[in-house]
Design a protein around this ligand. Structure first.
Ligand code: NZQ
Ligand code: ZN
Length: 385
């Protein structure tokens, strides 16, 4: 019997031209800090539209949130929030900018060192500043979830936190603002969204038919529209479908009441922290081997995935499962995201370092059955060489 709480307070405004709605969404007397990344929003017109929409507001800026946002940079933003008595944050960018803004929102109101938020994975967050998001990169789902991932450069630690206090008040998703994405980020986004669905779907059956069918629909849409986004970058309908899929992939809906895995993500975060790979690159490396190594525990769902997502029905079970995993791997490669450690210049010696930090971070019993020990992870990474 399924049994769950579902909560998601983010107000979504989706479609071309929606940035103009900003003025109604932010209180007129707010002191707003506009938070963004390395400047892509100045090239694709987003910055100009935001400035126009907020002409009547008091707005200052914090630029320079990097991909895989760092604690060090975010602490400078928190200092600015305090110095300028900011009371509303506006994140404009990809997952890194939105995640960073969540950390600023919680960290600015915490009496302790904000890094403790990551160490405690959000358990000490009891309040946060209000903030909204304008998404420019469909991938993480951060625009409609309560998660954030922050890296401490000094110690090469990449940790996640979650708190109901850090749902965006609103998120604006204008698919036409994703036309300017570099090919690498289009591929990364589709692979990340695919992996998010898999982490919640590819476990074992619990009779959650809505979550399963919804997850399969999201995977099918990514398989159909991902390559189209590469081939026809200015197609609004394609971009809109990719964008909405990525949001739905990690806003809690398909994960409600079902077992969840996340072992691929935990190992992937360590690969990014140590070797600076893009988040999606780490997922493309780890996920296929993770499924192969854990085939027995996931057998029923792998067969369902083979049949409903890849339409594979012939041959014996093991052949179907292997074919489905291979198809997934080929899809990641088709999206331009390489699937082997060697593709990124990493080899056997680098595996030891990953295992050492996983142990240090107590990531030694991962997965929906807590059976992904360091020995399993070693096997997974060796299979990904
Ligand atoms: O910094 P700017 O100049 O804006 O450029 C960015 C950045 O270089 C660029 N970009 C974004 N939108 C663009 C654009 N370039 C041209 N046109 C546009 N419209 O893309 C680059 C990458 O951006 P980033 O925000 O880093 O990518 P992404 O959205 O993939 O976010 C990755 C981060 O999110 C975390 C990852 O670990 C990583 O730190 N994740 C967050 C999750 C969550 N909050 O739920 C879950 C995920 O599993 C993930 O861990
Ligand atoms: Zn992810």
């Amino acid at each position: 019997m399924l049994n769950f709480d579902f909560y998601n307070p983010t107000n979504i405004l989706f479609g071309e031209g929606q940035i103009a709605s900003l003025s109604k969404l932010i209180p007129a007397d707010a002191r707003v800090l506009l938070v963004y990344g390395g400047g892509s929003i100045k090239q694709n017109g987003v910055y100009g539209e935001v400035q126009a929409a907020l002409a009547g507001h008091t707005v200052t800026e914090f630029a320079g949130i990097e991909p895989n946002p760092s604690y060090e940079t975010l602490m400078r933003a928190i200092a600015q929030v305090k110095a300028e008595k900011i009371d509303f944050l506006l994140a404009v960018g990809g997952g890194s900018v939105i995640d960073g803004t969540k950390f600023i929102a919680a960290g600015a109101l915490l009496d302790d060192d904000p890094w403790t938020i990551l160490e405690k994975h959000g358990a000490n967050v009891s309040r946060a500043m209000p903030f909204g998001a304008i998404l420019t990169l469909p991938a993480t789902g951060s625009e409609m979830n309560a998660a954030s991932v922050v890296t401490k450069k000094a110690t090469q630690e990449k940790f996640a936190f979650m708190s109901r206090q850090v749902y965006p008040k609103f998120a604006i998703l204008d698919p036409s603002k994703t036309y300017s994405l570099p090919v690498r980020q289009v591929g990364n986004g589709v692979v990340d969204a695919f992996a998010h669905v898999m982490e919640q779907y590819m476990t074992y059956p619990v009779g959650a038919k809505v979550q399963d069918r919804f997850a399969e629909g999201l995977l099918l849409t990514l398989i159909e529209e991902g390559p189209e986004a590469l081939a026809n970058p200015d197609d609004y309908s394609v971009r809109a479908n990719v964008m909405w899929t990525a949001t739905m992939a990690l806003n809690g809906l398909i994960g409600a009441g079902v077992p969840q895995d996340w072992a691929t993500h935990m190992v992937g975060h360590e690969l990014t922290a140590l070797y600076n790979l893009d988040h999606a690159q780490t997922l493309a490396i780890v996920m296929p081997s993770m499924l192969r190594a854990r085939k027995e525990g996931k057998r029923d769902k792998l067969l369902q995935f083979a049949e409903r997502v890849w339409l594979l029905t012939g041959g014996d079970e093991d052949t179907r499962i292997e074919a489905a995993i291979t198809r997934m791997e080929e899809f990641f490669e088709q999206m331009g995201v390489k699937t082997r450690l060697g593709d990124y210049g990493l080899g056997a010696k680098d595996i030891e370092a990953v295992l050492a930090v996983l142990e240090k971070h107590r990531m030694v019993k991962l997965g929906e059955k807590r059976d992904v020990t360091l020995a399993v992870t070693r096997k997974v990474l060796e299979m990904s060489l």
